[in-house]
Design a protein around this ligand. Sequence first.
Ligand code: FAD
Length: 476
Amino acid sequence: MLAAVKTAHEYLDSLRARKLRLFVDGALVTSPVDHPKVRPAINAVAATYALAHDERHAHLATSHSDLVGRRVNRFTALFRERDDLLRKLELQRALGRLTGTCFQRCVGLDGVNALFLATHGRGDAHARFVTWLRGVQERDEMLNGAMTDPKGDRSKRPPEQADHYVRVVERRSDGVVIRGAKIHQTGAANAHQILVMPGQALRPGEEDFAIACALPVDAEGVTMVLGRQPSDERRGGPDAGNARFGGQECVVLFDDVFVPRDHVFLDGDVEACAELVSAFAGYHRASYGGCKPGNLDVLIGAADLVTRQNGVRRASHVRDKLTQMAHLTETIHAIGVGASAKGKVHASGVWQVDTVLANVCKHHVTSLPYEIVRLAEDLAGGAMSTLPSIADLDHPELGETLRLVAGGRERASALRLIESMAYGAGSVPFRIECMHGAGSPQAQRVVLEREIDWDAKVARARVLAGLDPDPDLDGV
Ligand SMILES: Cc1cc2nc3c(=O)[nH]c(=O)nc-3n(C[C@H](O)[C@H](O)[C@H](O)COP(=O)(O)OP(=O)(O)OC[C@H]3O[C@@H](n4cnc5c(N)ncnc54)[C@H](O)[C@@H]3O)c2cc1C
């Protein structure tokens, strides 16, 4: 075993050691690792640990850390060179393809890098953060990146409706007390620590909401509630579509939780929090150029499989639709790669993605996968939505007739996978995450409008229209 890199097995064992307060469907769950609605999401996280020990993927799944002086799991590592951004994307694509779902560690990874640069040059905040990060790397911990507040009435600022935001309610000499909730928390119940960050830029006067800190998932006062997903009663069963792997989102409640000073990285520094939120958005929007193409590989594969089973694979419109699905998938991936390849180094030493391309990447992710799903549904035919249970296909009395009229187990399994990703349990960490994860579409448009150099475009248009002299190609 590599030092500081857990195996999948060690990860599972480490989860059992927590005293998590988790509710599922109205009941307190004593053993989340063994719960049928929780386990598929844990399996997806476990894949991030397994790949670190797989010789085909270890070069992507691990990275040298100068903080601890050895290789660590990439999901805890800093982007120390441009290639780290690219390797992250390739790793995400591999994991997206291997699990067909969200493997839940990217928010933590992007949050760690964003906090590293946002605390840089801000007194002892950086040293506290680095010490904490060293521990995360040593123990190879899974982090829940907790940004999104409930927000209530979106037209109101946090101080006007404090209950809808995580905020500091008490400052003590040894730490702070936080209260509130974070919602849509990916992989929270599968994590070791919660990395709390503000979900939006804050203004002077909003200092109590400008809190970035870390706490164990089982800290006193923390309660998690698992989100429902469509068809989640099928979890683990033959009709699940993808029985082994799944995503997870939780509501996380903070009922006056004490966070010791060592784990408080930013408190009241609205400027640093603005830098944090902006850097995180860049990283996370580029991330979608890795994981979602990986998920789409699976969807394309399932659609292709059904067309083979149905004997239509060579029809020209079928080939064209599959090619279009792959073309759109590679478009997303290419923009994510571009955002990473055009990255720049920050004064702190970590690399940042190109903001414009990262936002273009995520913006495409809010629409192109919907078109790809549409094409998959076209190719799959109506059976993806009307097929009886696989238990009926296996039934001793009905099975033979049913398999003749509705198709056999192989076809049913392929259709169930498409169904799951299109609008079943798998659609939450795939399709809906494409829309809202890392910000809804308008959030990217706002950044694009702000970042694009409109005046430079107008200036060049004026030159070529003959309105201004040419400063660049004079005499050509
Ligand atoms: C599957 C999934 C996984 C996620 N994982 C995580 C996670 O791990 N960690 C985390 O912190 N967050 C996570 N998120 C949250 C995600 O970042 C948010 O869903 C996203 O930022 C949108 O916020 P919202 O859901 O509150 O929607 P809203 O912000 O309410 O957006 C809904 C609509 O309202 C519009 N709108 C919002 N505010 C305004 C306004 N002021 N004026 C005009 N229009 C407005 C938006 O443009 C959008 O069209 C996840 C979300 C999903 C769906």
